[in-house]
Design a protein around this ligand. Structure first.
Ligand SMILES: Cc1cc2nc3c(=O)[nH]c(=O)nc-3n(C[C@H](O)[C@H](O)[C@H](O)COP(=O)(O)OP(=O)(O)OC[C@H]3O[C@@H](n4cnc5c(N)ncnc54)[C@H](O)[C@@H]3O)c2cc1C
Length: 329
């Protein structure tokens, strides 16, 4: 039986979906090792403790709340010192973070402070004897490495979307923890968070992603992609690097090796060739649909469903079909 720590990621006063994913992954790991406790580490400005119930509902036995006015914005040094101190003193078998931008910053700092090994961007994790076995896509997703983590604690980042949040009600008892470093004494003090379009669903949180590439021919044709996303109601719009480099879409929309890594339930690739650098960011999506006029386009090799046709003609038809399906419940 082993206790597991989960880092509950926030953005400002909001709890992120990846926080629930980390808690879910920690719960599954704890249960599979005989039912240890899951402790969620939740840091932020005073009031952040209000998210303890959501963490408890997803499997946290204890929510360790670190509230401080200096933690309204993510402070890398304070978060790393506090998470490392908690991981050390808690005697956890593993500490789970998201492989989000923040998790990628924080988890290696924690591993380095503790002098322990870490596995990054894993898509599954399970105990095997005394080890934890994780799967990690590598070489832009061409190879799935299976890693056995034998050291304790194991520091693990989980790819956003790979472990969907699953309700699993636990007590979510709140415990208070002081920051291991005074935020005012940190060498880096974040001053401001510049937010993009907050009305947009985040790529890492959306269950459906409709993504466009150069096959759309012109930036104004992304309207068709946006309309399909709007018809779903729970979809975000992504893009290839070819179109973000050309300024058709903001760089924050880019999916791939040098962009966002996503694993939605449904990924619809519109006019995208399927270059390996793009596949690296989306090939772990649960269901992939590709629309391309070239029947030999590489994207069809990983697609579950393929439509060979002109994306400018296919998209309006798909959008109407989705709208109808929604109307009919
Ligand atoms: C170091 C490095 C890192 C990179 N990182 C990334 C990354 O993170 N993400 C990323 O996406 N790319 C990345 N790239 C770029 C990548 O190699 C490709 O160039 C890019 O993904 C291609 O984008 P695309 O599919 O939109 O364009 P193209 O490769 O030009 O493909 C366009 C596709 O549209 C189809 N098409 C054309 N007209 C139509 C039509 N009317 N209807 C239907 N289909 C049509 C064509 O058949 C074609 O398959 C990286 C490259 C390098 C070297």
């Amino acid at each position: 039986m082993a206790n597991v720590l989960a880092f509950a990621e926030t953005r400002g006063a909001e709890l992120r979906k990846v926080a629930l994913e980390a808690v879910t992954a920690a719960r599954q790991l704890a249960d599979a090792t005989g039912g240890g406790e899951v402790h969620a580490l939740l840091m932020g400005a005073p009031g952040i403790a209000s998210h303890a119930a959501a963490l408890g509902a997803h499997g946290a036995d204890v929510v360790l709340v670190v509230e401080h006015p200096g933690l309204a914005l993510y402070s890398p040094e304070v978060a790393a010192a506090t998470a490392a101190e908690r991981t050390r003193s808690g005697g956890y078998r593993a500490a789970i973070f998201s492989a989000s931008a923040r998790g990628k910053d924080l988890a290696p700092r924690v591993a380095a402070k503790l002098g322990v090994s870490m596995a990054s961007d894993v898509t599954s994790l399970e105990p095997n004897g005394d080890a934890i076995v994780v799967r990690h896509p590598t070489y832009t997703g061409k190879i799935i490495a299976t890693l056995r983590l034998t050291g304790t604690p194991a520091i693990i980042t989980v790819r956003p979307g790979a472990v969907p949040p699953a309700p699993n009600a636990r007590a979510g008892r709140v415990g208070r923890v002081a920051p291991a470093l005074d935020p005012a004494a940190a060498r880096v003090v974040p001053k401001e968070l510049v937010q993009g379009n907050t009305a947009k669903l985040d790529l890492g949180e959306a269950p459906v992603i409709v993504s466009g590439g150069r096959g759309l021919k012109a930036p104004e044709n992304f309207r068709l992609v946006e309309e399909l996303a709007a018809a779903f109601g729970n979809a975000a719009v992504g893009a290839t690097r070819a179109v973000t480099d050309d300024g058709w879409r903001p760089h924050s929309d880019q999916i791939g090796q040098t962009g966002r890594l996503v694993s939605p339930d449904l990924y619809i690739a519109c006019g995208i060739s399927g270059a390996i650098q793009h596949l690296a960011g989306m090939r772990t999506s649960k269901t992939i649909v590709a629309i391309n006029k070239d029947k030999d386009a590489p994207i069809f090799k990983i697609a579950d469903y393929g439509i060979v046709g002109d994306v400018l003609e296919v998209l309006p038809v798909l959008t109407e079909a989705v709208k109808k399906a929604k109307q009919n419940g």
